[in-house]
Write a protein that binds this ligand. Structure first.
Ligand code: DX5
Ligand code: ZN
Length: 217
């Protein structure tokens, strides 16, 4: 098992009626992070969870709360998610109007003592995030259009990984999200991804341990 690869199970495909249990189940089989998909029905055509749910999750787990904000005006909500207990706050490049705003959001996240991530949708060129690559902790390369779990992996998006890696500091976490399974995970890690988000592949399986391990073995 490659210890350097961080798997972040996405609760989007979990059973929300027993969310606490679903989170504990992946922790029990070795997960260190849990991926929380926040959607606002504006930035993406779907609505999921918000601050109160993150706050409740914080109370029942010490896993790293890897929070993926698929929302407009992320600057308005970052403080609330930080206080709710998120450890990583990843916002979307496309949700911001200009460079200044992006720099301010990153600074805001850091001031709150959290790790900052920036994410790009499939149509966004990787070069767009170069100005921020030294000030973020994580870059999230979407390998599907954000909004829904269970979509098919977009191979062309994975080609952004080496471009980012070549221009990034060594400790930058390069995360992929969307359509990750035991095969697409290997494509991404061989190109330089160091964190794998997987929702349906883990939570729709009948063996969480086996599915998590198969992403990295
Ligand atoms: C989609 C979300 C993902 C989603 C991935 O917009 O950002 O985190 O849960 O789901 P799968 O792994 O099923 O593609
Ligand atoms: Zn996500």
């Amino acid at each position: 098992m490659d210890k350097k690869i961080i798997v972040s199970p996405s609760i989007l495909s979990a059973d929300f009626a027993k969310l606490g249990e679903e989170i504990k189940s992946v922790k029990n089989v070795g997960a260190k992070w849990i991926h929380l998909d926040v959607m606002d029905g504006h930035f993406v055509p779907n609505i999921t969870i918000g601050v109160p749910v993150v706050k409740s999750i914080r109370k029942i787990t010490d896993l790293v709360l890897d929070t993926h904000l698929m929302i407009e005006n992320p600057e308005k909500y970052i403080e609330a998610f930080a206080y709710a207990g998120s450890d990583i706050l990843t916002f979307h490049y496309e949700a911001c109007k200009d460079q200044n705003q992006i720099k301010e959001i990153i600074a805001q996240i850091k001031t709150l003592g959290k790790k900052a991530g920036i994410s790009i949708k499939p149509k966004t060129e990787p070069e767009k995030i170069f100005p921020y690559i030294d000030s973020v902790d994580l870059v999230l390369v979407m390998t599907v259009e954000p909004g829904f779990g269970g979509q098919e992996f977009m191979h062309e998006c994975a080609q952004k990984i080496p471009i980012i890696k070549q221009n990034a500091p060594n400790d930058l976490i390069i995360q992929v999200d969307g359509g990750i399974n035991n095969l697409t995970s290997k494509i991404c890690t061989s190109l330089g991804a160091t964190s794998l988000v997987a929702g349906s592949y883990i939570y729709k399986s009948n063996d969480y341990k086996k599915s998590i391990e198969s992403l990295i073995l």
